[in-house]
Design a binder for this molecule. Sequence first.
Ligand SMILES: *Cc1c(COP(=O)(O)O)cnc(C)c1O
Length: 389
Amino acid sequence: MSLDALAPELERLRDADLYRRRRVQQGPQQPRARIDGRELLSFCSNDYLGLANHPKVIAALQRGAERWGVGSGAAHLVNGHSAAHEALEEELAAFTGRERALLFSTGYMANLGVISALAGRRDTLLQDKLNHASLLDAAQLSRATLRRYAHADADALAAQLERHPETRLVITDGVFSMDGDLAPLPALAERARRAGAWLMVDDAHGLGVLGPGGRGSLAHFGLDQDAAPILMGTLGKALGVSGAFVAGPAVLIETLIQRARSYIYTTATPPALAEATRFSLRLAERETWRREHLQALIIRLRDGATRLGLELMASATPIQPLVAGSAARALAWSRALEERGILVGAIRPPTVPEGSARLRITLSAAHTESDVDRLLAALAELPRADRAD
Ligand SMILES: *Cc1c(COP(=O)(O)O)cnc(C)c1O
């Protein structure tokens, strides 16, 4: 096959308003972003606590580099595992109230590693319909049978568990990445426990944001390790750094060290990053004002949108989507906002279901109240014809 066959496919994506392009950031991750040569007020990062560009986290990274150098030099099981990684793992286990934690290079890799280590060809996995792409890819890699239950529906899960008693894992996002809503974790945990399946929660968007001390969506509901034995958290979102971890019983962590291929066959992340993460974890836990300010911004945005007659999706988290419907409309809205100096990404299929393309507005503790007001003023000017359906 000639590579020329790829060009018509790209053309088709362009015609369907599904073509994606990257913007070039010319400065650090922060609300006032310099992008493609312009200053834009950005509402699309997952830096929910505003730690990605925090001077003390930067300093921790610099000190880490002075102490540990840059590269880890090898995989954790060869000789890339440092005292910095070890300390971070212990701190993450304590933070999440789990027996042990294990670092992965990314959340995507953590999900691949856990699910393919714990399930195989003869097993069944049950997943929420709106789970993150990495969880679905992990199911494929494991070769287990994947069944999906209706979004955030514990009764639908119970019905599936009844039909498939061999189910090994029930897997859900804690906070859904494109919708911002919370999974009904207590009910899911109860159903999974009764069926003898393990509950795995991907808390990429809950960690740092929800629960006492930002301990995440499980802590928000008071669910401990017995209720939800497998917790995956990412370090590149609210914690502002990079990487991920899995936390749970010691026997789970030991199994992952022996069997998770995306843990074993890859270079450990730089120890300096672990030092930076240790620092940002401390800030995330202690600086409660970040979560309080974020919560105030969420309320300000939602109240303002209601006054404008704009219906944001039902969400109490920093992810506040505005559904446009077609990909073309989502793009038109995103462009209209950009003309007013505001950056909000248009999220289109296949990231979200067909017909539910949306603006994914995200808030950060680094935003000010007047930033939110500017966003509202720009939303008020979205072309009326576009707004009414
Ligand atoms: C971002 C995300 C991941 C992937 O994490 P990375 O560290 O970015 O690879 C996994 N799950 C969910 C729900 C996410 O939002």
